[in-house]
Design a protein around this ligand. Structure first.
Ligand SMILES: *Cc1c(COP(=O)(O)O)cnc(C)c1O
Length: 501
C-alpha cells in the first residue's frame, strides 16, 4: 500500500499497510537460553493458529499516525471553546516535569523511605488543593471527575452510616452535568431533581420542599452549568446542614474561582476537582486524568488510604491509613504523573497567577457573551463566570439555522466547535468556554466567526437559498457526518481477514 497524500480523506487502516515479516521494533538478543513455548503457555491455552496482527515497518507506522494527527484539531493547534469541559492549552513545561526519569522511573511500590521526593510532591499537592478549595484534607487517588464523584458519595454514605443515620436520597439541580445523577445511582442513592428559577439558579423554595431526614446531601456546581454563580449558596448550605445533609461541590471546572472564592468558605463538605481540565493535563480521548476529592474536617477519617502525610516526627513523609477509611479507589496513589503536572502548574502560577487565570477566564467568557447577545439569544442575561450559554432558538425560527449547524460551520473558521444541546434546559444551546489561555486577538476572531455565521444565515434565508452552515464543513478532512447513522449502524470491528495477504 502506498502512502496517501496529506489531506487525502482516505487514510488506510494499519491492516492495509500490513505486509508479512515487516516489523516496527527489534528486540535485543540475549545470551539466555530459548524457552520452549510449551513451558511458557500450557498447550491447551495455546491458540494453534497465527494471530492476525498487523505487520508494519516503523516508517509506515509513524507516517500513518502523523498523517492522522495532521487531520485532527487539537488544543495545541487552536482555540477549543468546548463549554463545561475546559479544553485549554497546557504549558509544555508540565509535561516535561512529568517525563523526568527521577519521577516517572519510580515504581509505585517503592518503600516510602526511598520515595520521599514523590511523597513530598503528593503531600504538597494535597495541601495546595486544600488551600485552593478551603478544605481540610484530600485524597489524590480518584482517576477522573466521575470517579471523584463516586468517591465523594461513598464518603457521604460512610459519614451517615457511622452515625447510624440511614438516608436514601441525594438532591441534584436539573442543570447538572450528566455524571452527577449517574454517580448518585452508582453510590446507592436515589436522585431527587430540583428545578432552576428564572435566573438560572437553584430554586430555593423547591429545595426547601424536598429537604427531609432521608436526604443524604446535595450535589452542586458553582458556578453552575449555565456559567452562573449561585448567589444563594450560603443560605442553601445552611438549609442542607440544618436537615442533616452534606454539600457536594462538583469542582470539575475550577477555572473561574481559582484564588477568588473557595467551596469550603461557601459551606461545602466535599469537593472533587478535575486536574485534567484546570491543572495542565490534556484530556479527551480517554487519556489518564485525576479527580482528587477534598473534604471538610468531619470527613477526614473516612478518606481512602493509605495517605501520604508529613511524618509525625516533623522530618520527611510517611503513609497513614485513616481510621474509618472507605478503602482504596485506585491502585497506589492514583495517576501520579497527572498529579505531578498539577503540582508543576500550581507552583508555576503561584497564588497570584492562579487568580489571574480565573480573572481572564471570566473576562473572556463575558466578552463573548456581550459581543453576541444582539445576534444570539442569551437566555439568562446576567454576567457569567468561565462560560456562557447562548441559544440559537430565535435564529432557528427565523432562518432554520440550528446549534449543530453553527458548530459545524465554525470548524471552517479554524475553531473547534463549542458544546451544543447542553445544558438540556436551554433550547438550541451553544455553550462556549474560551478559557484564559486564548489571546484577545483569538477571542475577537471567535466573536467575528460566530457573528458571521448568524449574519450569513439571515442573508441566505432572505435570498431563499440553502443555508451555507447546513452543508458545512466542506473544507475539513472529514465533511459533515451522519451522526444518527453512526449510532444506528454500529460496526465496531474492522474485518482484518479481507486484507490478509
Ligand atoms: C467533566 C465534568 C465532569 C466529569 O469529569 P470526568 O473526568 O469526565 O469524569 C463532572 N462534572 C462536570 C461539571 C464536568 O464538567
Amino acid at each position: 500500500m502506498s502512502a496517501p497524500l496529506m489531506g487525502d480523506a482516505s487514510e488506510p487502516t494499519l491492516f492495509e499497510f500490513s505486509s508479512p515479516g515487516r516489523r516496527a521494533f527489534s528486540l535485543r538478543t540475549t545470551d539466555l537460553p530459548d524457552v520452549p513455548m510449551d513451558a511458557l503457555v500450557p498447550r491447551p491455552h495455546q491458540r494453534g493458529e497465527p494471530l492476525e496482527i498487523v505487520e508494519v515497518s516503523e516508517r509506515d507506522l509513524v507516517g500513518h499516525f502523523t498523517r492522522l494527527a495532521h487531520r485532527q484539531y487539537s488544543v495545541d493547534l487552536g482555540a477549543y471553546p468546548l463549554g463545561s469541559c475546559t479544553m485549554k492549552y497546557n504549558p509544555k513545561i508540565c509535561d516535561e516535569a512529568a517525563s523526568l526519569r527521577a519521577f516517572a522511573g519510580v515504581h509505585p511500590a517503592t518503600p516510602p523511605s526511598a520515595a520521599q521526593g514523590w511523597l513530598q510532591v503528593l503531600v504538597e499537592l494535597e495541601e495546595m488543593l486544600c488551600e485552593i478549595t478551603g478544605m481540610a484534607a484530600a485524597t489524590l487517588q480518584p482517576a477522573a471527575g466521575a470517579a471523584g464523584e463516586l468517591t465523594g458519595l461513598l464518603l457521604m454514605r460512610a459519614y451517615h452510616a457511622a452515625k447510624g443515620d440511614h438516608r436514601t436520597r441525594v438532591i441534584i439541580p436539573d442543570s447538572a452535568h450528566g455524571t452527577n445523577p449517574a454517580s448518585v445511582t452508582l453510590g446507592g442513592y436515589e436522585v431527587t431533581t430540583i428545578g432552576s428559577d428564572e435566573r438560572g439558579c437553584v430554586d430555593v423554595a423547591q429545595l426547601r420542599e424536598v429537604l427531609g431526614p432521608d436526604v443524604a446531601g446535595i450535589m452542586l456546581t458553582n458556578p453552575n452549568t449555565l456559567g452562573l454563580f449561585e448567589e444563594d449558596i450560603v443560605e442553601i448550605a445552611a438549609m442542607v446542614h440544618a436537615a442533616g445533609g452534606l454539600l457536594y461541590y462538583d469542582g470539575a471546572n475550577l477555572n473561574p474561582i481559582l484564588g477568588v472564592v473557595r467551596p469550603g468558605d461557601m459551606g461545602f463538605d466535599i469537593v472533587h476537582m478535575n486536574l485534567h481540565k484546570t491543572f495542565a493535563t490534556p484530556h479527551g480521548g480517554g487519556g489518564p486524568g485525576a479527580g482528587p476529592v477534598a473534604v471538610s474536617q468531619r470527613l477526614v477519617d473516612f478518606l481512602p488510604g493509605p495517605r501520604p502525610v508529613r511524618a509525625s516526627g516533623g522530618v520527611g513523609f510517611e503513609l497513614v491509613r485513616p481510621p474509618a477509611s472507605i478503602g482504596r479507589v485506585h491502585s497506589y496513589f492514583g495517576n501520579s504523573l497527572v498529579l505531578l503536572r498539577a503540582w508543576s502548574y500550581i507552583k508555576l502560577n503561584g497564588a497570584e497567577g492562579l487568580r489571574r487565570v480565573a480573572e481572564i477566564a471570566v473576562l473572556n467568557a463575558n466578552w463573548i457573551r456581550a459581543s453576541l447577545r444582539d445576534l444570539y439569544d442569551s437566555p439568562y442575561d446576567r454576567p457569567v463566570m468561565h462560560e456562557c450559554v447562548l441559544s440559537v432558538a430565535s435564529l432557528k425560527r427565523a432562518t432554520g439555522l440550528r446549534a449543530l449547524d453553527v458548530a459545524k460551520r465554525l470548524l471552517e473558521f479554524g475553531f473547534h466547535s463549542p458544546t451544543v444541546y447542553f445544558p438540556l434546559i436551554v433550547e438550541e444551546a451553544l455553550m462556549i468556554e474560551p478559557t484564559e489561555t486564548e489571546s484577545p486577538e483569538t477571542v475577537a476572531a471567535l466573536v467575528v466567526a460566530l457573528r458571521t455565521i448568524a449574519e450569513e444565515a439571515r442573508a441566505d434565508a432572505l435570498a431563499g437559498v440553502a443555508l451555507r452552515a447546513v452543508s458545512s464543513p466542506r473544507t475539513t478532512p472529514v465533511e459533515r457526518v451522519d451522526e444518527a447513522r453512526a449510532a444506528r449502524q454500529l460496526v465496531p470491528t474492522f474485518d482484518a481477514s479481507s486484507y490478509h495477504h
